[in-house]
Ligand binder design. Structure first.
Ligand SMILES: C[S@@+](CC[C@H](N)C(=O)[O-])C[C@H]1O[C@@H](n2cnc3c(N)ncnc32)[C@H](O)[C@@H]1O
Ligand code: SF4
Length: 466
């Protein structure tokens, strides 16, 4: 299948939309448009073996839009046009309608802030103008109402430290992370570079009067480090924050000694991720943990009084709805403060890419079951994000109970706070709230390059935040 657009800026977005309808689209698509002052005529032609289908729509751009706004409005209209055509041809509708490449809540907040949508008409507008299902439109509205933690202040920053190392690799994983054995001899040098970055950023934070609001040590699996290494790392971080998360993730890396270290250094929140409570699935997906390890780690976490998040994924292995329901029920018995329900994304997961997800048809029902059951049991959605290649074009949703939102997660997904990001693969972000603009500054992705180019990255980051 080939999609060609007169303006290449729109090609990728339109292709993303086509990919949600077809694994292998059976026809080629051409898009062209004309612009006469503010009047636009957009033409989409679909070529299959028979007569081409030609669809033309006209619309007017509002007066006084700048180039960036114009591009975004054109893109939105063209995608809506293509969505309607594909929906008609296939008889299918997508849960997120014509929305691709945007974070749904950020998109909705922007429209509200710009006055393009009245807050009380949000659900209806998302359904009518963007073709979201009523359930997803309501989810957006509910999630927005649970994001009261957002503070837009350019002096506030979140601190992120990346430890892209795991004991072993899970075969569904779409993140860049290194198996421990492949980097064992580099860990000490890696930590020294992280310390160097932390020292430089500490100086910068003081000089520029930034205020660190939250800290997140993620990965990978930071608790793959020894208790002594964690102790050294955490000794370098001494900001008085009320939210400090460490992604422990893999239960086979969690020990009493390590949790003691985390507690002593002011960590408030940890993740202990089952992904599923079905042990035969765990074997199939190459995740070398057992339910007993997860439960033991969770009990330990409760002893230390951490806020706990648990991640699960809908669509793993050959799980059907019944198995997934059991995972949700087990989670409810444990009753952690946060539960994050992911939908399997097959992006970059080399070992499962190209293989069909066996019971893809069950996945929307899983996600719906999770949402209903968690809401019924007092959980609230507080952040949403979508990745490419998620089964059924679905999403990931973070739920919390008792106001335990993770501010860092909200800030990162909504782009409401700058992030000073440290370590290989970490991407710093600077938010200019008044100008409604963000900039990004990535570190080197891979550990050896990160080590080789540490001074250069520090220098760039100092400039970036100055
Ligand atoms: C950055 S990973 C780190 C988690 C931690 N290392 C662990 O495995 O528990 C965060 C979460 O992303 C989710 N995830 C990873 N690969 C995924 C995929 N291909 N599709 C959907 N979710 C995925 C998993 O739920 C995982 O817990
Ligand atoms: S899911 Fe977690 S433990 Fe597994 S490879 Fe990905 S980051 Fe590592």
């Amino acid at each position: 299948m080939k999609i060609s657009c007169q303006n290449q800026d729109f090609e990728k977005d339109m292709q993303d939309l086509v990919n949600l309808f077809y694994e292998d689209c059976p026809f080629s698509i051409e898009h062209s448009f004309t612009k006469e002052k503010s009047h636009i005529e957009s033409k989409i032609s679909i070529f299959d073996s028979e007569k081409p289908i030609i669809n033309t729509v006209c619309f007017d751009l509002p007066a006084d839009v700048d180039a960036l706004q114009e591009k975004s409005l054109l893109k939105r209209n063209f995608k809506n046009q293509l969505y309607k055509i594909l929906s008609e041809i296939t008889g299918k509708s997508l849960p997120w309608g014509s929305l691709t490449g945007v974070r749904p809540t950020k998109f909705a907040r922007d429209l509200i802030e710009k006055g393009e949508i009245k807050p009380h008409l949000l659900t209806e507008t998302l359904v009518k103008d963007y073709h979201l299902s009523i359930e997803k439109a309501k989810l957006v509205a509910q999630t927005l109402s649970n994001q009261k933690c957002i503070i837009k202040n350019d002096k506030l920053v979140d601190l992120f430290i990346n430890i892209p190392i795991c004991p072993t690799r899970c075969n569904y994983c779409s993140f860049i992370s290194n198996e421990l054995w492949t980097v064992k001899d580099k860990i000490e040098t890696y930590l020294e570079c992280v310390f160097k970055e932390l020292d430089a950023m500490k100086k910068l934070i003081a000089e520029k009067s930034y205020i660190v609001r939250t800290i997140y040590i993620g990965g990978g699996t930071p608790t793959v480090l020894s208790a002594e290494q964690l102790d050294r790392l955490l000794s370098k971080i001494s900001y008085p924050v009320t939210e400090f998360t460490v992604e422990c993730g893999r239960a086979d890396t969690i020990t009493r000694e390590k949790l003691e270290v985390l507690k002593n250094h002011g960590v408030t929140r940890i993740c202990v991720n089952p992904q599923t409570f079905c042990e035969s699935t765990l074997k199939k997906i190459g995740r070398k943990t057992t339910n007993k390890q997860v439960l033991d780690a969770y009990m330990l976490a409760m002893e230390f009084d951490f806020v706990v998040n648990m991640d699960i994924i809908a669509g793993l292995g050959d799980e059907r709805l019944g198995i997934f329901k059991r995972t949700i029920k087990t989670l409810l018995e444990l009753y952690p403060q946060n539960i994050t329900v992911h939908t399997l994304s097959v992006k970059n997961a080399a070992q499962i890419r190209g293989q069909e997800v066996k019971y893809a048809g069950d996945v929307p029902k899983m996600v719906e079951f999770a949402q209903h059951t968690l809401l019924e049991n007092g959980y609230k959605p507080y952040y949403i994000y979508r990745q490419k290649h998620q089964v059924g074009g679905l999403e990931n949703v973070g739920y919390c109970r008792d106001e335990n939102v993770c501010i860092f997660n909200v800030d990162s997904m909504e782009d409401t706070s700058s992030v000073i990001a440290i370590g290989a693969g970490a991407i710093s972000k600077r938010v200019f709230n008044l100008e409604n603009r963000i900039e990004r500054e990535p570190n080197c992705k891979f550990i050896p390059d990160y080590i080789d180019r540490i001074d250069e990255m520090i220098e760039k980051k100092i400039k970036f935040f100055s």
